[in-house]
Design a protein around this ligand. Structure first.
Ligand code: 13P
Ligand code: SF4
Length: 338
């Protein structure tokens, strides 16, 4: 009933369980549910996960919702079906708990675009600036950050900063440019971007809208400005999902990672959801990092309680304050993200 563990320890030393084979006759859903109960584990999944992972999760949400859940859970083990920076955030918020990530290589192009050593030098040029970092950054970058934000609370975070304090915003230049427009605050931007949200084709979206004149075009603020300028609604993944539930239209063109369409379709089975087209015909609006997680890897990581997120104490201590500030601002603004 368990995986072939012949050379498990060597494999774990390298990357986790990637090379282990799972018995193909195993009922993975039943096994994962069994392990959840036995180990008092909770599965937190981001909307960009494969639908089968979303369907087995205890909670599905955007980055704010997931961090709120990670901070509040009484489970002994947090299994994070998402990417590395999200699991790190969960560990920082619940340092006494075991946090597992099914595939340690599930990274993020946005987080990678802002190496802490380079950012430290950049920050030295602006000694009087407050640093606001999008939560899509490494734990170490959070130690160089005053306040974190997500796409749900970014406006409230920026607005909480006194007008006479200049701001650095990292690492997403697209979200940063959107926030400058939305809040009227001038900010110094780090030049990072998400590989998924930068790929949408303006020309192909315009053509698609001509073929679907009644469809609303909705977009995530990680998209570039010329894409956001066309949008009927801009919001986080939870914001986009809620919009499609509450809005009376029947058709939507969705400019974000395609995983969110699963919950949109489940919540509004009679509506039509069309993924916004990328620059070419690749499946580029699937995030390759998010999609590294599979049901097999989820099972293996729960069975063997590995790979585990481990962070140095100083990173937890110095990085956590920026997340706590974000959660305080969100709570004061009544932002509870589903
Ligand atoms: P949200 O789900 O918070 O909108 O973030 C989107 C994203 O890119 C996560 O990697
Ligand atoms: Fe990172 Fe973009 Fe993937 Fe989100 S969708 S995890 S921002 S690469």
């Amino acid at each position: 009933m368990t995986a072939t563990l012949a050379s498990a320890s060597q494999q774990l030393d390298r990357v986790g369980f990637l090379d282990l084979e799972v018995d193909p006759t195993l009922d993975l859903v039943a096994e994962i549910n069994r392990l959840k109960k036995e180990k008092n584990a909770v599965i937190l999944a981001h909307y960009y996960q494969d639908s089968e992972i979303q369907d087995i999760a205890d909670y599905i949400g955007d980055s704010l919702g997931l961090s709120q859940k990670a901070a509040a859970t009484d489970a002994d083990i947090i299994v994070f079906a998402g990417v590395h920076f999200m699991a790190e955030t969960a560990k920082m918020l619940s340092p006494g708990k075991k946090v597992l990530l099914p595939d340690l290589k599930a990274g993020c192009s946005l987080a990678d675009s802002c190496p802490p050593a380079l950012f430290r030098k950049f920050k030295e040029k602006y000694p009087d600036h407050i640093v606001v970092s999008y939560i899509n950054c490494t734990a170490e970058l959070k130690t160089l950050t005053d306040i974190c934000c997500t796409s749900t609370n970014a406006v409230q975070v920026i607005e909480s900063i006194p007008h006479d304090r200049p701001i650095i915003f990292a690492p997403d230049k697209n979200l940063g440019a959107y926030l400058i427009k939305k809040t009227g605050r001038d900010m110094v931007l780090w030049n990072g971007a998400c590989m998924v949200h930068e790929i949408f084709s303006h020309e192909r979206i315009v053509k698609l809208r001509q073929r679907h004149p009644n469809a609303k075009f909705i977009a995530h603020p990680e998209c570039e400005a010329h894409i956001l300028d066309m949008a009927d609604y801009i919001g986080s993944t939870t914001g986009l999902l809620k919009f499609t539930i509450n809005d009376p239209s029947q058709e939507y063109i969705v400019a974000t990672e395609a995983g969110i369409l699963h919950q949109m379709q489940k919540s509004s089975p009679h509506k039509t959801f069309i993924p916004a087209p990328p620059e070419n015909n690749c499946a580029c609006n699937d995030c390759p990092h998010m999609k590294r997680n599979t049901l097999e890897k989820l099972y293996l990581c729960m069975e063997h309680e590995l790979p585990e997120i481990v962070l140095p104490d100083w990173v937890i201590r110095e990085g956590r304050a920026s997340i706590d500030r974000m959660l305080d601002i969100s709570a004061k603004a009544g932002l509870i993200s589903g």
